[in-house]
Design a protein around this ligand. Sequence first.
Ligand SMILES: NC(=O)c1ccc[n+]([C@@H]2O[C@H](COP(=O)([O-])OP(=O)(O)OC[C@H]3O[C@@H](n4cnc5c(N)ncnc54)[C@H](OP(=O)(O)O)[C@@H]3O)[C@@H](O)[C@H]2O)c1
Length: 337
Amino acid sequence: MSSTPATNRQIRFARHPEGMPDTECFTLETRPIEPLAEGQVRVRNHYLALDPYIRMRMEKKDSYAPVMALGDVLIGRTAGQVVESRAPGVAEGAWVVGRLGWQDYSTATPSELQSIDTAKAPASAYLGALGSTGVTAWVGLVHIGGVREGESVLVSAASGAVGSVVGQLARRKGCRVVGIAGGARKCGIVREKFGFDDCIDYKADDFLEKIGQAAGDGFDIYYDNVGGPIFDAALPLMRNFGRIPLCGLVSQYNATEPYGVKNMREVFNKRLTIRGFVISDHRDVFAAATSELEAAYADGDLVYEETIHDGLENAPASFVSMLQGGNVGKQLIRIVT
Ligand SMILES: NC(=O)c1ccc[n+]([C@@H]2O[C@H](COP(=O)([O-])OP(=O)(O)OC[C@H]3O[C@@H](n4cnc5c(N)ncnc54)[C@H](OP(=O)(O)O)[C@@H]3O)[C@@H](O)[C@H]2O)c1
């Protein structure tokens, strides 16, 4: 087990963004590491997950969760190893995940950590398909969307971390699945690697025509990760009584002018149900979600992609890249190389 060094590198929140953030919004600082108090553990972070929700925490106004203050260590989930423990029941060497921030080392209490089994899957997978990303996909599709065998499902940001899991879970349930992603390369990955029946490039000039053709006689579920014009385009393609689990609005997080939806009439005409959700409200189903994700992974029905950049210092640029579509699957930083 490596011993704890005297100092810790951390990325802190330096400036509120206007529109798309840039690397000036972040600062890399080195601070002394304090000794552990009784009941605390020290985690060496190996992987850091870069998630779109962090952009919402960079606003000046709270959303469903409080914003960060300038000077805070950036929030984010990590997977790492316990290197020092003063907490009974947490052994040095244990692998854990938690919301431990953009830093080399984190101090935590056991209640802030979940243990992971790196014999079953690599540690990084527990930040993606086998962690809260996978649970988000399951909660939206199964718990909120009420997916049923044989239904037709549309998924946006389909090559991304959540979207790629949604499509695979729906296929496993016997659904026909169409994805939407940016660019021909990503659409190829969605079809070939993630096994969607089809995937349409929303950046292509013929997007509306192609998505109309792919809809066939309509979608029962539209799993929305993006909002904006793609949400608008999906509304006329829904079947009567269709359901739209609204997982996120990544097309709007950097928008300086909010997009005005034009097809709201379809919500009434087709008697659609749109329901926003945040996974922290659904802890009661996490165990069911996790056991289905693990079973799908063990059966070979769930594969995942990761876009990994090395070095904590590169986290700000990678975060901006992810918001601009630079990732396939989960965007991660490998802190320990
Ligand atoms: N409700 C919850 O509890 C919860 C939990 C986790 C995540 N989420 C949400 O789930 C969504 C997906 O998150 P993720 O972690 O899986 O990220 P991700 O999909 O892996 O990465 C973000 C993707 O968004 C796409 N994108 C960016 N700008 C876009 C635009 N203007 N229009 C369409 N697509 C755009 C990009 O793909 P393209 O190249 O295809 O554009 C990019 O790769 C986000 O909205 C996130 O906030 C919600």
